[in-house]
Design a protein around this ligand. Sequence first.
Ligand SMILES: C[S@@+](CC[C@H](N)C(=O)[O-])C[C@H]1O[C@@H](n2cnc3c(N)ncnc32)[C@H](O)[C@@H]1O
Length: 290
Amino acid sequence: MSTVYDVIACPVCSGRLFPRGKSLVCDAGHTYDISSSGYVNLLPPGRKNNAVTGDRRDLVRARSRFLETGLYDAVSDVASGLVLHALNGKRPVFADFGCGEGYHTCRIASAVRDKLGAVTGVGIDASKYAAEAGARRAAKNSFSSFSESGGDLGFVAGNFFDPPVRDGSLSCVVSMFAPVAYDACLRALGKGGALVVLFPGPDHLIELREALYPEVKRSERSLDPPKGFRGSEKTEKKYKAPLEDEEVLGDLLGMTPFGCRAPESAKERAFDSGLGDVTVDVSAVLLIRE
Ligand SMILES: C[S@@+](CC[C@H](N)C(=O)[O-])C[C@H]1O[C@@H](n2cnc3c(N)ncnc32)[C@H](O)[C@@H]1O
């Protein structure tokens, strides 16, 4: 059975990583500490921009609180359904590129474990705060991360454009609400492997965007499969999510890029309008590596 050590790779030399005490080490001797929360920082050392690509701690916390309301569970159910479909007959080994605090990653991994009896997953995020939260969440959901004997769901700080994973080691990559690193996915997936992409549809959080901005664009994303992939039908999920109180609205504002960027006066308008229900409009595609 696969473990996280069959997936992750040294970000310096791409060699295999093995557990040694409280660290991971490759054959060349590059060493990475396993943090007390259980995540490992596999961002390439010495790159100045490491600190700025990932989400800030406050944003990670806002998203964690919001997701724990369950209002986006139907969204991760779409992802889980596509991942299960994609893994049919394959090794149940997946990674979540830009996993955030691992809420959806853990739900997908649980769905795979329940249905297929085993799972190996790796959550990768540039934010160490997100990777740390993911590791804590995995432990709460009875997953083991980087232990001496293996690990079924590990969270690492890493760059999904140059992910610390072994070539062809994955059956499936998930990319939810994040830029898609197609070239990296081609490298990490074996032939016939699947890339599951979830992205906002034109009406996603439309009530919130209209409350924040005088003009709102409803743009459709192109679905042409990129080079090296063939595509499938689009799956759409659209429903109303009740924002029960101001705290939930505050967290939603705090976790969305347009909410973070909005001027304070616009945020106040959103609170004053007492939004009520907001539209969740999400599209998903399953791409197969040729
Ligand atoms: C909008 S959030 C989505 C998080 C999660 N997938 C979800 O749907 O809740 C995008 C995530 O991508 C991460 N991210 C951005 N650039 C990245 C990069 N180059 N490598 C890895 N993660 C990155 C951010 O830190 C953030 O957690």
